[in-house]
Design a protein around this ligand. Structure first.
Ligand code: DGI
Ligand code: FE
Ligand code: FE
Length: 402
């Protein structure tokens, strides 16, 4: 097993780090790559306004997740958790003991590579790991790297590989922090990291969360979920806008409701219940135990309380899982968009898609009936609002015939 170890302050983690990590995984054939955010070295103060360690670790976790290689790329809090000074040699030793027999590669940029012989215990570092240095240009690779590479090989019997990063995102963390403080820099960050920065007001950002434009709202929402759910949420946004245009609802509101509809999906039961308490949501017996039913309630609360969304958006998110009797057009649209967005693939989805665009109520009824049937097959209790939705539609003469 080959493991890459990519340390740094990641202050903040950005697309340049991701490009370098991707190149290293490919060039070295890594089975695993660990991003290891460094603790503040006692002798080297991090710049003022550097987020707390837990924020840096959370951002690095978001960057790792954004690489969409969940089995390979991971964040590690190993240096942040360690007491006292954190030396690379110790980190390598600890990875070594965690993965006995693994072949370790230490990844680093040019500056680090050129000073490697001055680090604490360079013998141990180069005994435990091969060195993989990223160059920005070919000149780096040759003029700068070659003498240092030869020296390290001679002195420490090092194994050294250099990678030239062809399309390296050209941004320094220092410059990026300046841009962020001026409300810029979004294009250098994975959306989930940018959203996290906005939500916790890191690096001097002070976005008004209640007046975010769509890209910032997306970033915030994606920062609250796993990368693997993002395509679904993007699909719902696209579908909701299309349905809104078809059925005369506000496409902007449809988009915003869609962007936020699953934003609390990853909270556990305890966290869900806490939010319900905080926002005064009354729950029935089924909701208190079925965590999957709670994210629509809590998502709606976050949309309104944190992002300042109006009642229509609140309600549309609130009913997107169970539906209910007598829904507004926007509520129906979000329910349907969640069901038929382009990534959905199940028996009957094509018929559901046709109905959603030919007769919204018929589509809604078929969606509700499909859910009820699925719940029955899985022997799960059906929420009473879902039953009421079906009854209301039937009472109003709606059928699922095409
Ligand atoms: O959040 P999504 O996965 O995009 O979709 P969703 O909000 O419709 O949630 C679907 C989940 O909710 C699915 O796992 C089943 C659950 N669910 C929906 N209606 C009912 C329900 N669970 C129970 N027990 N009863 C319901 O009536
Ligand atoms: Fe949902
Ligand atoms: Fe969803």
């Amino acid at each position: 097993m080959k493991i890459g170890i990519y340390g740094g302050t990641f202050n903040p983690p950005h697309l340049g780090h991701m490009a370098a990590a991707r190149a290293a995984v490919a060039a070295l054939g890594l089975d695993k790559l660990l991003f290891v955010p460094a603790a503040v070295p006692p002798h080297k103060q991090l710049p003022q306004g550097t987020p707390r360690p837990e924020h840096r670790l959370a951002m690095v976790e978001k960057m790792a997740d954004a690489m969409s290689m969940p089995k390979v790329v991971q964040a590690s809090g190993i240096e942040l958790e360690r007491e006292g000074k954190s030396y690379t040699a110790d980190t390598l030793a600890s990875v070594e003991s965690q993965y006995p027999g693994a072949e370790l590669w230490l990844l680093m940029g040019t500056d680090m590579f050129l000073t490697l012989h001055q680090w604490h215990d360079p013998q141990a570092i180069m005994r435990l790991a091969g060195i993989c240095a990223f160059g920005r240009t070919r000149q780096d690779g040759e003029a700068l790297f070659a003498p240092q590479r030869d020296y390290l090989i001679r002195m420490f019997d090092a194994r050294v590989t250099t990678i030239t990063l062809p399309d390296l995102v050209d941004i320094s963390s220092t410059r990026l922090r300046e841009l962020l403080a001026q409300g810029e820099g979004r294009e250098y960050l994975p959306p989930a990291v940018y959203g996290y920065i906005l939500m916790y007001r890191l690096y001097g950002t002070h976005a008004d969360l209640t007046h975010l434009d769509l890209p910032c709202l997306r970033a915030c929402s994606y920062s609250m979920m796993k990368q693997k759910r993002v395509p679904h949420v993007m699909g719902v946004e696209e579908e909701a806008e299309r349905l809104a245009l078809r059925w005369g609802a506000d496409p902007g509101m449809a988009r915003r409701a869609a962007i936020l509809h699953d934003c609390t999906k990853y909270l556990n039961l305890e966290e869900q219940l806490e939010l319900c308490q905080k926002y005064g949501v009354e729950l029935d017996d089924l909701e208190r135990q079925a965590v999957k039913l709670l994210h629509s309630k809590t998502g709606a609360c976050i949309a309104r309380a944190v992002f300042g969304e109006p009642d229509q958006v609140y309600e549309a998110i609130c009913w997107h899982t169970t539906a209910k009797a007598d829904m507004t057009t926007l509520e129906k649209i979000i329910y349907m968009a969640d069901y038929i967005e382009p990534n959905r693939d199940f028996d009957g989805v094509e018929r559901l898609r046709r109905l959603a665009y030919s007769d919204l109520d018929k589509g809604l009824l078929l969606g509700v009936e499909t859910t009820i049937q699925e719940m029955e097959e899985r022997h799960l209790p059906i929420h009473k609002k879902t039953i009421e939705a079906r009854q209301w539609l039937r009472n109003h003469g709606v059928t699922t015939e095409e």
